[in-house]
Design a protein around this ligand. Structure first.
Ligand code: SF4
Length: 374
């Protein structure tokens, strides 16, 4: 099975912390959708397995596309791929775009999973984030989606901001769980230089994020969600059993995926490629049959490093036997030597290595110490 990711690079407003590729100028939306359809037609042979178990519309804000625009993209996909019986078709949506009508449209089109960007239940914090919705809309949007028949919902939260003490975070977790969604993604606020938050931070207007506080918030969150029956299956992701995100899991399990749209990445097991991060260049290149992506062939060391980086973040962990089979004896030996040094951070079960709860806070650093550098 394989998956398709569609990047919709438009947003109503620029959130202060956001480092994704998007534009707040929606004037090229129609042409961009035409270009997306053309790219799907051009690249339908990229995946050797044409049976899809996941389609993910991310962004940006895919809920800004009209019913007709979403329909054409889905129809184009359908003309080239087989949609598996249990396919997961996710639409990222913002609470301010959720209405009874929009939900009905998405349901009719075949979307069976919504990822709702709530981020916070505090109006002051939402304003500081420059989000386009209020806390009341956050709460109402989930209820509306449930009433419309969506029974596979995920919400996004952010922790580690200057607005959150341990006490207010605890309240946020309680509210999040009361919404009874099947999945929750929760990310530690990171300050990226090119964002409005990063600029203000570099000017000294915004305080640094407290690592100590966000670590405590992480542990509090993991305990609370696990107690409520969620499985902590990736550092930032919690799912009820049978509701892990197929799209993200495919990525963490090194499955092939085709990325369509500006800035989208694709992976086929041997190479990775990424589209130009510019709406005009993307549209123009597709229109004039010019190249619109860059490509990197992955060496065995690259593939091993990516395996360690992604697997260590998950409950599936790094499997020594799999490493041996996929990357050979020499690399397996390198991994074995590395984990001896890192043994205090790891749990071993049948030669599969996962991180302890507290070590999850240092996942990327631990993974990079296990890398092979060319
Ligand atoms: S809506 Fe999402 S993609 Fe758009 S700016 Fe905000 S966080 Fe970024």
């Amino acid at each position: 099975m394989s998956g398709v990711y569609i990047h919709i690079p438009f947003c109503k407003k620029a959130c202060s912390y956001c480092d994704f590729f998007f534009s707040t100028n929606l004037s090229s939306k129609e042409n961009l959708v035409k270009a997306l359809n053309k790219e799907i037609n051009l690249r339908s042979d990229y995946l050797s397995n044409k049976n899809l178990d996941s389609i993910y519309f991310g962004g940006g804000t895919p809920s800004l596309l009209s019913h007709e625009e979403l329909r054409t993209v889905l129809e184009t996909l359908k003309s080239h791929f087989t949609f598996g019986k249990n396919i997961e078709i996710t639409l990222e949506v913002n609470p301010d775009d959720i209405t009874t009508k929009s939900l009905r449209d998405w349901f009719q089109l075949g979307f069976n999973r919504l990822s709702i960007g709530l981020q916070s239940f505090d109006d002051e914090e939402l304003k500081w984030m420059n989000r386009a919705h209020t806390a009341t809309e956050s709460l109402a949007s989930v209820k509306l989606a449930q009433d419309a028949g969506f029974n596979n919902l995920t919400i996004d939260l952010i922790y580690g901001s200057k607005f959150q003490s341990l006490k207010t975070w605890e309240k946020t977790l309680t509210t999040a769980m009361s919404l009874e969604t099947q999945h929750i993604s929760s990310y530690n606020l990171t300050i990226e230089n090119k964002t409005a938050l990063g600029v203000n931070f570099n000017k000294g207007i915004e305080p640094p994020v407290s690592d100590d506080l966000s670590s405590k918030q992480f542990i509090m969150m993991a305990d609370a969600f696990e107690d409520a029956g969620f499985v902590h299956y990736e550092i930032s992701n919690f799912g009820k059993p049978n509701f892990f995100a197929k799209h993200n899991s495919n990525y963490w399990l090194q499955q092939a995926y085709l990325g369509i749209g500006p800035s989208a990445h694709s992976f086929n097991g041997n190479s990775r490629q990424w589209n130009v991060s510019n709406n005009s260049s993307y549209i123009k290149s597709l229109d004039t049959d010019q190249s619109f992506f860059e490509k990197e062939e992955l060496s065995v060391n690259n593939r091993y490093n990516e395996y360690v980086l992604t697997r260590l973040r998950t409950i599936w962990g790094c499997d020594l036997n799999e490493i041996k089979a996929q990357f050979g004896e020499v690399i397996a030996k390198h991994f074995k030597n590395g984990i001896l040094v890192k043994k205090n951070f790891l749990i071993e079960k049948n030669k599969v290595f996962t991180l302890t709860k507290s070590a999850k806070l240092q996942a990327d650093g631990i993974a990079s110490d296990l890398f092979i550098l060319d």
